[in-house]
Design a protein around this ligand. Sequence first.
Ligand code: HSE
Length: 399
Amino acid sequence: MINIAVLGYGTVGSGVVEVININHESINKRVGEEVNVKYVLDLREFPGDPVQEILVHDYNVILNDPEVKIVVEVMGGVNPAYTFVKSALEAGKSVCTSNKELVAAHGAELLAIAKEKNVNFLFEASVGGGIPIIRPLNQSLTADEITEITGILNGTTNYILSKMTDEGSDFDSVLKIAQEKGYAERNPEADVEGYDACRKIAILTSLALGKQVDYQDIHTEGITKITDAEIKYAKALGGSIKLLGMSKFENGTTYSMVAPFIIGGDHPLATVSGVFNGIFINGNVLGDTMFYGRGAGKLPTASAVVADVVDAARHLDTNIMTIWDSEKVTLGDMSSFECRYFVRTNSKEAEVEAAFGDVQYVTVDGLNEVAFVTEKMAEGDFEAKAKELDVIYRLRTAF
Ligand code: HSE
């Protein structure tokens, strides 16, 4: 029997216990012995829930129990999760987590401790919910130099943008539904301002490079300023607006960002709607590959966590190599990042052409303004030229 402990009995934690109960036979078969949830740690009581019998309020009970071989951390937030996870690894227990804040901030250090102690620190659920993406990056794409990672990495914002696009719904009411469905972070600012996607692209980029990408260095914009007008212009251009986490690896320079983009209808991520996430990767020998699935929610996220438990149980005394050194990557300056820009302006077409030369105009019924898409240009050049106009709004595009 392999005893595990689950830290946190919220949406994901209760999902982990549920998945282990629902699929206990197949999970035990795949592990080769029984996986037993010995403890659940939470400050709250859950009267009437069978979890009450294994509920503890003191983490030291778990830390000091040598029978617990695997700790599942699904509390979220950096503290006290960091202290708990670090001490579990130092005590020779493997840790499986869905906690992107923790992984983005301390991934390199926690992996190093796991390696030293010959245990594992696994975090499949920290990016893309139930989508396998960490393991593919670590184990399947190892023949390639990664040239691009572009992902719809946040289910809540994709759900909001999809509903605004497909049904004309307003931002606040859709956010409320996403919260009710258990997609959103406790503080939904982390979703709508792009902070959650920022942690996730930082993790993927760190793994692609095998070095530390600090999430604080990643240019991050959210979706709170997107209105019905931008949605309509995107449609008029044959595309839609998606919040993308993007890293491009160009001639030794890494550009990383989170921002809303207009993407064309033929973009591989164009059909990724609702709570679904999609992660598009280009490798220099493989070419394009894409990963798709449910990026948030109780059971999809728990599925990825429990798959990590199975992996940890199969490798109890063997460290699965994950290359993520603490050496910090200096990201490329956004002023050199190139794309085509969509602009809404109160300026006249003649002024637009004086600043940008040839552009592609776009119109939407009922909007009395000039809107256009530039040629591909560096962000620094774009910003300098845009200063000559009275810009209402601008968006990057991935045409
Ligand atoms: N709030 C996150 C999302 C949960 O909406 O994608 C999964 O990380």
